[in-house]
Design a binder for this molecule. Structure first.
Ligand code: ADP
Length: 252
């Protein structure tokens, strides 16, 4: 396969990025809650060209039994990239990266779930990347948080996630794949909505302490915007559900 040529500049003289975004702009985000009928809870996210589906099952009896915890539910996350999510077919077997990202997502979501309400059970969270164009761990966590809410599992807050990074020496929000490949740093962050607590912070590349602080602040701003979109998506789903229930009642 011919690799695309590395662009000479990622930010033009007008301060615009390759896809026309400003430095502090997120990619267009589309969120849908309750995307799947059979899972207990689900959500779908499109963030630019990245597309991720999240599904939640549980709380349900833990299998195998020895996994059950006496005082709380066990949260199990699976981050997986579909074989058709990348330019070259990806092996469907879980890679080291996917095993790591499953653990990272679980640690990012765990602090908001009232696991102590459901001892000896399991809550399974699946994040399936349908198309990957960078930022998929964050998109997965954002969707998984909505899927948890959709499943009716008590949570302290929503988790919103997005990355900031460094391209052409500038700190920018929400890198796409071309920027991630050619950029100098990437910093994914997950935020506990209104409380402002950070539940995931990773960094790839090199940043000075000042750049690091700027990137963290920018990623937090991005998460706050995503949090608003998540709330809207939940409201959309449940206002439709309410209308449908009322119509059904009238028909009876
Ligand atoms: P994230 O998607 O959270 O940014 P990474 O920084 O590890 O995660 O990966 C960045 C991007 O690199 C992915 O979104 C994807 O587009 C690409 N990528 C990762 N793993 C593979 C793979 N096995 N095959 C092809 N592309 C990949």
């Amino acid at each position: 396969m011919l690799l695309p040529k590395r662009p000479e500049r990622l930010i033009d003289e007008n301060g615009l990025r390759l896809d026309g975004r400003h430095e502090e702009e997120l990619r267009p985000i589309k969120l849908e809650v309750g995307f799947l009928e059979k899972a207990d809870g689900s959500a779908y996210i499109e963030q630019g060209k990245s597309k991720v589906l999240a599904a939640v099952y549980g709380p349900r009896e833990a299998h195998p039994k020895h996994l059950a915890l006496p005082d709380r539910a066990r949260l199990r996350c699976r981050y997986h990239m579909a074989p058709f999510s990348t330019q070259e077919r990806k092996s469907p077997a879980p890679s080291r990266r996917e095993v790591e990202l499953s653990k990272v997502a679980e640690e990012a979501l765990h602090p908001v779930v009232f696991t102590e309400y459901y001892p000896r059970t399991c809550i399974d969270i699946f994040m399936e990347v349908l198309q990957s164009d960078a930022g998929t761990r964050c998109a997965g966590i954002t969707a998984a948080s909505l899927a948890l809410a959709d499943a009716g599992i008590p949570i302290r807050d929503l988790i919103s996630a997005c990355a900031a990074g460094k391209i052409d020496g500038r700190i920018v929000l929400d890198l796409d794949d071309r920027e991630d490949q050619a950029g100098q740093a990437d910093l994914p962050l997950a935020l506990m909505g209104t409380r402002g607590e950070i539940t995931l912070l990773q960094m790839d590349g090199i940043l000075t302490p000042e750049e690091f602080e700027k990137a963290v602040d920018l990623a937090i701003k991005g998460c706050q915007k995503i949090n608003e979109l998540q709330r809207e998506a939940l409201r959309r789903k449940y206002s439709v559900a309410k209308e449908e229930a009322e119509e059904e009642k009238e028909e009876k």
